[in-house]
Design a protein around this ligand. Structure first.
Ligand code: BTN
Length: 271
């Protein structure tokens, strides 16, 4: 069922302190990330959020498209202006964790994160995060965290069917996107606060939600299967991937060209 986002209802539900207080609802846009990219950093307020009902050229990681039915899902971008660049990967993962946590409150399933920034349930993708930053020297002038979550979509394109799922498919009912977005923003705000304060427990929370955490996994680096097996230790305080190899040597990876291949595809619990 395609519906226009109800901005008034959303604003009634929103209990965050600053995230989403400045809010733009677009009926149609190419991409919410692109929309915010075009606004100069000096005109952007930290915490501004843009949501679109119909995102016609949604973008995903690795130059892939993010395609969703208009008016059925959540497609939105947060504009943040953090004072450091270090740990932005952890911030992205924390945003994904916030989404997973909120979805779990609505549907009693185990939602997990798949490195680098996907949200999974029942071995299917329910959401994804695309973070894009612009820098002034070494400092970020704006960080755009674009999030897509499948909420009320009932059917998917043939090429997505095996791998995509929506909240409504899981629960067999319709969900209020306004209420969900308000909850998601409140939860992201809380985790952002932890990230900004360098809370030492944040990377552990993220790690325990990652698929394959604590398991022996294979790694795919730049499309090539790396030799041997690696024990997946989650992420560190910067959000870098931590693994040890069979000789018990520790390796960290920061780039997203790494894929983790789990043997039994088992999904670890969030917290
Ligand atoms: C991925 O899983 O590849 C990331 C998908 C991110 C999609 C969201 S939808 C809102 C925002 N605008 C975009 O164009 N992309 C992100």
């Amino acid at each position: 069922m395609s519906q226009l986002f109800d901005k008034e209802l959303f604003q009634k539900k929103l209990t965050s302190r600053w995230l989403g207080k400045e809010f733009v609802h677009l009926k149609k846009v190419d991409s919410t990330n692109l929309y915010l990219k075009k606004i100069p950093a000096e005109n952007l307020r930290h915490g501004m959020v843009v949501v679109a009902d119909d995102q016609q050229k949604g973008r995903g990681q690795h130059q892939k498209d993010w395609v969703t039915n208009p008016g059925e899902n959540l497609t939105f971008t947060l504009a943040l202006k953090p004072d450091r660049a270090e740990g932005l990967s952890l911030l992205t993962l924390s945003s994904a964790l916030a989404v997973a946590d909120v979805l779990h409150r609505y549907v009693e399933k185990t939602f997990s994160l798949k490195w680098p920034n996907d949200i999974y349930v029942d071995q299917k993708k329910i959401g994804g995060v695309l973070t894009e930053c612009s820098f002034l020297g070494a400092n970020p002038e704006k960080v755009l965290i674009g999030i897509g979550v499948n909420i009320n979509q009932k059917t998917f394109e043939e090429e997505q069917v095996g791998n995509a799922v929506s909240l409504s498919q899981l629960a067999g009912k319709y969900f209020s996107r306004e209420e969900l977005l308000a909850d998601i923003l409140k939860t992201i705000e809380q985790l952002y606060q932890s990230w900004a304060e360098r809370d030492k427990t944040l990377h552990r929370k993220v790690s325990s939600a990652l698929i394959g955490y604590g398991d022996w996994v294979r790694l795919n680096v730049d499309g090539e299967l790396a030799e041997g097996r690696y024990k997946f230790l989650g992420v560190n305080e910067k959000g870098e991937l931590l693994v040890i190899n069979e000789k018990l040597e520790l390796n960290t990876y920061s780039h997203e060209q790494i894929r983790i291949i789990t043997g039994n595809k088992s999904i670890s619990k969030i917290r």
